[in-house]
Write a protein that binds this ligand. Sequence first.
Ligand SMILES: N[C@@H](CCC(=O)N[C@@H](CS)C(=O)NCC(=O)O)C(=O)O
Length: 229
Amino acid sequence: MSQIARSKDNKYELLYFPFHGVVTALRAMFAISDANYTFTHPIDWAKEKPTTPFGSLPVMYETDPATGHTLELAELSAIESYMGDKYGWMGDNLWERAQIQMYHSLTQAVFDKWVTTVVRAPKENQEQMTEIYTEKILPEWVETHERVLQAKGCDGHYVGDKFSIADLKTATTLDNLISISGDRFLSREKTPAIFAVYDTVEKMPKYAAWKASAEWKAYDDVNKKLFGF
Ligand SMILES: N[C@@H](CCC(=O)N[C@@H](CS)C(=O)NCC(=O)O)C(=O)O
């Protein structure tokens, strides 16, 4: 199995629903890599659910074309770190890797909290939960990340001078956070260091091409229809 995981010629399939959901950064990882990949979607989720490792998506399948053996990996963070390790987006040493995971985890958490506190709240509680999110949870993330990135010198990266999965997670999540709160907390004037990360990622040619693609736009349209952003 670890032999298969080491190969760079493998074919990847990323199974997830036909919207961005939680995989905006993960899909971008495939798009900016040179991996041979396809994005697939469940046809009948109720039937397919029990066939996945933990009854949820995303799931990544990685096949060695030489042997036909397939590895199956679930859990968003595990897949993102795995791709990050494969493609060199986890820093240059153990400590950098840990720092990258720390910032990546903080940003994944601020998105997950939106889903758990607001999106999944009963209709009658939604206004109150939105207020808790925008008054407390989101400003805390903004303050922490702007402070950390300012201290580092506003250079467009969380760790070292290289692109990492922490940079990508913030860049992709920022679009959602701005949809939620407008420019109340996040703007080029108020949070220049966070925007330096955003701009650095947006300028990556393969990322920009992916974000401009019809495939990305199709996921975006469904996302907007279902979740409003
Ligand atoms: N812990 C999982 C959670 C993923 C998750 O929440 N997936 C949702 C879609 S965003 C899902 O599969 N929902 C369908 C279901 O639970 O039946 C991860 O990090 O990958």
